[in-house]
Design a protein around this ligand. Structure first.
Ligand code: NAP
Length: 285
């Protein structure tokens, strides 16, 4: 009887409309007059965040590397509050130029920076299975995209905000990962440790200037990165306490909350949104 009950509890969870809600009703209108830059916003978590900010009144700029995908996304929004920019954020030398291009697109500068673009494979879509197979090329690609780009974007935007537009409140939300809290020997996990560390560090350093830096740490989320489709129907993942993948919209909602007035008192925090995944990895019984 007890086993039967447990089997019932462990039934795979199939997605519901509820988890696909793209923005908390309480946040609607909260981003009016604010400019939000979402790196890597052409699919997955970044696209869900872009949609949610847009629904909440914001002017949104997404970046990505595929001109075709960017064109399609721009067309699908069909809005004068939505822009799509070709911008490989791992190209650190090109950042200044891209920021100038951005200034020509939007008025008043960026208010919210979402460092979302990320990579967990090398440029050919492959990844080392263990630490003794990691190549320098894979390391550079992953660490440059996830960590180096995030660091230098925060540095450049924060300098500008402090020097040029000092009187506005700004937010940075970094998309880390639950793997940023686990022992790491592969570049992805190591890069996300770095993202957690710089979120705490910049959180403390920049708060006195009205710049609030926080992060979200997703667990397995149904996107291309996790070899799922963004709109996958089967979200079953029995090893996670919640027993299913998260969906991009759930992570997006955490991003919006942290970038909103409701998140003002949260500083240098990386909020886990992982269905309890990290509790199992660290051995919680
Ligand atoms: N999905 C998960 O299970 C999971 C779990 C933990 C953390 N995360 C984190 O969540 C973030 C978003 O991941 P996701 O799952 O939504 O991934 P995704 O579906 O693969 O989307 C990644 C996005 O980033 C863009 N991108 C990748 N490299 C870029 C670069 N160098 N410059 C500009 N844009 C770039 C991609 O567009 P192009 O390829 O066209 O450039 C795409 O729009 C990442 O930081 C990831 O590490 C994801």
């Amino acid at each position: 009887m007890v086993q039967k009950t447990l089997d019932y509890v462990k039934k795979p969870i199939i997605r519901t409309e509820y988890v696909r809600t793209s923005a908390y009703p309480g946040l609607v209108g909260m981003f009016e007059g604010r400019n939000i830059l979402v790196t890597g916003g052409t699919r997955g978590i970044g696209l869900a965040a872009a949609k949610a900010f847009h629904v909440c009144g914001g002017t949104v700029i997404v970046t990505g590397r595929s001109p075709k995908k960017l064109r399609e996304i721009k067309e699908s929004f069909a809005s004068d509050r939505f822009f799509a920019m070709e911008w490989d954020i791992s190209d650190i030398c090109g950042q200044e130029k891209k920021m100038e291009e951005l200034d020509r697109i939007i008025n008043g500068g960026v208010d919210v920076l979402v460092n979302n673009a990320g990579a967990n494979r090398n440029e050919h879509g492959e990844t080392a299975a263990s630490w003794d197979e990691v190549s320098e090329m894979e390391w550079d690609h992953i660490v440059n995209t996830n960590l180096k780009a995030t660091y230098f974007l925060i540095q450049k935007f924060a300098k500008k905000w402090v020097e040029v537009f000092p009187d506005r409140e700004r937010h940075v939300v970094n998309v880390a990962s639950s793997s940023g809290f686990e022992p790491a020997v592969l570049p992805y996990g190591i890069s996300k440790w770095g993202v957690v560390a710089l979120t705490e560090g910049f959180g403390r350093k920049l708060a006195p200037y009205g710049i609030t830096v926080n992060g979200v740490a997703p667990g397995p989320t149904s996107t291309t990165m996790a070899t799922k489709r963004d709109d996958s129907e089967d979200l079953s993942y029995p090893e996670i306490p919640r027993q299913c993948y998260g969906v991009p919209e759930e992570i997006a909602n955490t991003i919006l909350f942290l970038a909103s007035d409701y998140g003002k008192n949260i500083v240098g925090e990386v909020v886990r949104s992982d269905g309890g995944f990290s509790l199992t990895v660290t051995g919680g019984q």
